[in-house]
Design a protein around this ligand. Sequence first.
Ligand SMILES: [Zn+2]
Length: 239
Amino acid sequence: MNSFGSLTHSYIIEGRDEARRRDFVNEFIMMLECEAMEDERPCRRCSSCRRVEAGTHPDVYHMQMSNATGYSSEKDIAPFIERLQMNSYGRFMVGVVDEADLLGEGSQNKLLKTLEEPGEDTIIILSAGNKDNLLPTVRSRCRIVRCEGDADSLSVQPKEIIDRFFYRYRSNLDKRIKTRNDALALLGALEEEFRDSMLEGRDVDRSIRAIELIENARKDILQGMSHTAALKRLYIMLY
Ligand SMILES: [Zn+2]
């Protein structure tokens, strides 16, 4: 059921500056876990925000590095995967690999299945100086987000990711999509998203199927089905 989640649940955050990357990842996690209303996330005041900030949030797990030179495919991968399979206390279970450049081939191969089919409420973040240090098979399973630019763009970007890949399509459908034209515009954007991933060779079969479903939803709406019903049906079929 979660096959489509793989498009959106695994991220590579790429940026040369490690401190900036860490801030970016924390901001991203805060947005995910924050308990405030959607428009106010991250509020930085709720207990989830403060725990993320302090590095003590129970749903956030950073992969431990056993070797001085990098992650151990024997010792570090299994606990990470196991932890991600646990139920979250809050909104999402988040697994972070802070120095993904230091994942060896063996480690990356062991992560593939989890990257492709994470739990429904699981987010995996690989933070890397250079995404090319990761295997193509890993890259193709992740949404790649560049983390560069000044501090201002930093605070905006994670919001955009969440907005684009979660809430816009998932919750608040009624609130955000008020008219038939809103619904058709959403379908257009969604279709473009899947066309991109198809052209990039990511999840080709699923993308083709998604495009078909989107086109059917568009037809339904144009033929008079209520746009809310059509979108809800599409959402259920996609996820
Ligand atoms: Zn908060």
